[in-house]
Write a protein that binds this ligand. Structure first.
Ligand code: GLN
Length: 242
């Protein structure tokens, strides 16, 4: 952070941006501006270097081939690892989440190295794709209301000892290992399988990212309640019998 200005980096929208994940950037921008911050947004295509001076980096989901290409380019570029090493906040969704781990299975069926920013390893689930609405309880120390989102992934993700689960599912699969965990985080690096876009359905998580970036415990309230109707509607839809 410098001069009241927050630098938000949207990583590889040309490869990783399924199911409206770009909405995550819009929500972070909006909630930052509502708190009087200036926002500089950088959309970094996969043929461009990832800047290392960002405050918050956002990465979306993607299909299997673009996911492999993104992992190759991010490893080669090194900018995201350098930024995270400098303490930047990183928030990733689905394919982006798998890329932040140690490895995942790529579209060729091979083990593809990730960036090692999260202590997780992803494999391919043998069963049906994990698809559908998800509700979960966000990890207690984060102190946030329940998680809502939807998932669509074949990969399943195993947490290592230094990763904490972002949430425990009440409905849906999340990490898909059968242990009830969903997503992972470690200090300022977050991963989730949730689309929605997840920060539109859960602006409390966007505020958590802002608090971490600003290094504050609380933010001024945002004059904003539109998301409550969206949350209520999606939670009701997920819990009502079909
Ligand atoms: N390709 C990955 C999988 O199927 C991620 C999918 C996604 O980002 N929606 O596991």
């Amino acid at each position: 952070m410098s001069d009241n200005s927050l630098r938000v980096v949207w990583v590889y929208p040309d490869l990783l941006s399924t199911y409206g994940d770009q909405g995550n950037v819009l929500v972070v921008e909006r909630r930052a501006r509502q708190r009087g911050l200036q926002v500089e947004r950088y959309d970094v295509r996969s043929d461009q270097p990832v800047p290392t001076s960002g405050d918050i980096y956002l990465i979306g989901g993607g299909e299997d081939r673009p996911q492999r290409l993104a992992a190759e380019r991010l490893r080669r570029d090194g900018g995201l690892n350098r930024a995270a090493g400098n303490g930047a906040i990183v928030f990733s969704v689905c394919a982006g989440y798998q890329i932040l781990g140690h490895e995942f299975i790529n579209d060729l069926g091979e083990r593809e190295p990730g960036l090692g920013l999260l202590d997780v390893v992803s494999t391919r689930g043998e069963g049906a794709r994990c698809v559908g609405d998800v509700l979960g309880d966000i990890d207690g120390p984060l102190g946030l209301p329940q998680l809502t989102g939807f998932e669509n992934h074949q990969g399943i993700t195993h947490l290592g000892p230094s990763a904490r689960p972002l949430a425990r599912v009440r409905l849906g699969q999340g990490n898909g290992t059968g242990d009830g965990t969903e997503g992972a985080y470690n200090d300022a690096v977050f991963g989730t399988y949730m689309h929605g876009p997840v920060l539109a359905r859960n602006p409390q998580i966007a505020d958590l990212l802002l608090k971490l970036a600003l290094d504050v415990n609380a933010l001024p309230p945002a004059d904003d309640r539109w998301y409550e109707a969206l949350r209520d509607e999606r939670i009701a839809a997920a819990t009502q019998p079909a």
